[in-house]
Design a binder for this molecule. Structure first.
Ligand code: ADP
Ligand code: MG
Length: 616
């Protein structure tokens, strides 16, 4: 061979595109993200996203943006073709999502794509069809103003990438997370999102907090505090969640820089550290924060996926966000007091934890610093005074006493009362009384305890499931006769997704591709006769939970397991059962709230009883 022969070649366009696609299009979600960004850049205020087969068989985006001319459409899918920047100066000042001109090129390199587009001034639109390695086909098309993109057969020419994709459920979750991010940051726009034929959400323009609740769940009601902070470098707006909305996973953390969803460990930490003393160990606060910074002072061209940014001055932004969150918590009197011991003698720690009105103080667990729930302040009054005014009048005046809360049936949403400054201890010789087959009444070393039997059992099972998944505990019982049955395809997907975790908590099973299942053992807390039913209920609950709660697999499974397996309200318990329930509960690391955030124990101290009976 001639040693002088040239060996370096410029890659053909299609190969270059495929290489770029490797970075830009990692999974169906990447396509959804790029296409919705294009729609937003095109000024659309209504965007519909329809996916089939978790985006593997179809991704269809419809927008009402400005559309493209025939000649623009013809070059839009070429590499480095963009209408968004023209000069170096523009690159230093990115105000659009796109600027690299490679999304459409990358998608056309790995899938079949059709774009239909029409500008308002044109009489009809145009369609462009593209298949990898083929010439584009352009033809007149009947379509509305705006742009529609269809992406089919994703990765059919890149089998390695296709193999790399996760289960449908996982890929779908990536897409829905992305859609949630768009929906909560562009709350002034309409988003419609379909998975196969199921509508996931259809949200109309609204205020941001309403949008957040609409997509993240009604459970956030009353739990979001607004943030508004401005200095010359950055403007921070959005919401942080009250500490009780914190989760062991970071799934409820949304950070946007100039409306771009970004990932930043550094800034996450700035926020987390402002919350620090208010959260249970390993819990992550909920937040949706938008940072507006001068586009010249932030570089978004760090990564092909454009979800990392670099600030001109990291430190300034870090400090601003930490300060903004701390101040916000402080203004809502949520910061932990520095002299927690000063009211150690009092049964209820409340003084420093008022949220909103002064008559609804927070309860805080002094051991963990965790805030439990707002409640009405205990303020004993002569009984005559109570009877002179109606309940609602008293509530308005903030005169409700603990006993109203506990013993009146006028208000069903009782808030928990607990001794926050110590561990609850049940004496060995304590008696247990079941009330209405629902609550367990017993005594602690300093007062009365009322335990919700279902919530308590849920907490116990939740913690033991987490321990089993962490391999700190193993409790499983072999069935005398393995149970054989078959499960539906949708349940099969879930069973496969959480197979390891299910096995960890004690379900030993085998399942084939047809859904034929055989269960050989079950968790110790499940009775033999319920092997199959409990298994199926857990799969269903998990599917439900994972739609609404974007926390991690294990947390969702533990919550599903505990919810489905816990003893029900209405079940009669023996003295021994009540005792062991109370003991197991008090051994939990967080006995006061169930995995869904409901209170588990109320404690009324003798001191308070004495005060109320005028003994002190
Ligand atoms: P970029 O967004 O980085 O410019 P893309 O490959 O995503 O690169 O898109 C190329 C060009 O195609 C865009 O600059 C824009 O002019 C045009 N385009 C893409 N999607 C749309 C759309 N939904 N509406 C109008 N124009 C679009
Ligand atoms: Mg783009």
């Amino acid at each position: 061979m001639d040693i002088l022969e040239n060996t370096i070649r410029v890659l053909p366009e299609y190969l270059a595109n495929q290489i770029a696609a490797g970075e830009v299009v990692q999974r169906p979600e990447s396509i959804v993200k790029e296409l919705v960004e294009n729609s937003l850049d095109a000024g659309a205020d209504s965007i519909a996203v329809i996916v089939r087969g978790s985006g593997k068989s179809l991704i269809h985006i419809v927008d009402n943006g400005k559309g493209m001319s025939k000649s623009d459409l013809a070059i839009a899918p070429l590499r480095h073709s963009t209408s968004k920047i023209q000069s170096q100066k523009d690159l230093e000042r990115i105000i659009s999502y796109g600027f690299r001109g490679e999304a459409l090129a990358s998608i056309t390199a790995v899938a079949s794509i059709e774009i239909r587009s029409k500008r308002a001034i044109d009489e009809h639109g145009w369609s462009l069809k593209s298949e990898p390695l083929r010439e584009f086909e352009i033809a007149p098309a009947n379509c509305d103003n705006g742009t529609q993109v269809f992406v089919r057969n994703l990765f059919y020419n890149v089998p390695a990438r296709k193999k790399f994709l996760k289960s449908d459920l996982t890929e779908f979750r990536y897409i829905s997370d992305t859609m949630i991010r768009f929906a909560i940051s562009h709350f002034d726009k309409r988003f419609t999102f379909y998975d196969n034929d199921t509508m996931i959400f259809d949200v109309h323009p609204s205020a941001q907090d309403i949008r957040i609740k609409n997509v993240l769940g009604k459970s956030l009601e009353g739990g979001l505090i607004p943030i508004n902070f401005i200095d010359e470098k950055v403007e921070i707006t959005g919401f942080i969640g009250l500490p009780h909305l914190a989760k062991p996973a970071s799934s409820n953390q949304y950070l946007f820089v100039n409306k771009r969803a970004v990932q930043s460990k550094n800034l996450n930490y700035a926020i987390f550290s402002a919350f620090e003393h208010l959260l249970e160990k390993n819990y992550k606060p909920l937040y949706v924060l938008n940072l507006a910074v001068d586009p010249e002072r932030v570089d978004v061209n760090i990564h092909p996926q454009k979800n990392e940014v670099k600030f001109e001055d990291d430190r300034v932004i870090y400090n601003a966000i930490h300060f903004a969150v701390s101040e916000c918590l402080k203004q809502h009197n949520l910061t932990a007091s520095h002299n927690l011991t000063s009211d150690a003698g009092k049964p209820f720690s409340s003084g420093n934890f008022a949220v909103g009105a002064a008559d609804s103080p927070m309860l805080v667990n002094k051991l963990t610093g965790e805030i439990i729930e707002p409640r009405f302040q205990y303020s004993p009054k002569p009984s005559g005074q109570y009877s002179s005014s109606s309940l609602s009048e008293r509530q308005q005046k903030g005169e409700r006493s603990i006993f109203d809360d506990i013993f009146s049936n006028a208000k069903p949403d009782l808030s928990p009362i607990l001794l926050a400054n110590k561990n609850i201890v049940v004496p060995d010789d304590a008696q247990f009384l079941q009330i209405h087959n629902k609550y367990i009444l017993t005594q602690s070393d300093v007062g009365i305890l009322i335990i919700d039997q279902h919530n308590a059992h849920e907490r116990i099972l939740y913690e033991s499931a987490i321990k089993m998944m962490n391999k700190e505990l193993s409790k499983s019982q072999q069935l005398l006769f393995p149970v054989a049955s078959s499960i539906s395809p949708s349940r099969l997907i879930i069973a496969k997704e959480i197979e390891h975790e299910l096995k960890d908590i004690g379900y030993n099973f085998t399942v084939d591709a047809m859904g034929n299942i055989e269960i050989a053992s079950v968790p110790i807390d499940i009775s033999e006769g319920e092997a199959l039913q409990s298994f199926i209920e857990i799969l269903d609950e998990y599917a439900e939970l994972s739609k609404i709660k974007h926390s991690d697999k294990r947390d969702n499974l533990a919550a599903s397991y505990s919810c489905k397996s816990a003893i029900k309200t209405g079940k009669k318990l023996t003295h021994g059962e009540m005792k062991s329930l109370a003991n197991s509960l008090l051994r939990c690391s967080m006995p006061y709230v169930c995995p869904h955030g409901r209170p588990v124990i109320l404690e009324i101290s003798l001191l308070d009883l004495d005060k109320s009976f005028k003994r002190t």
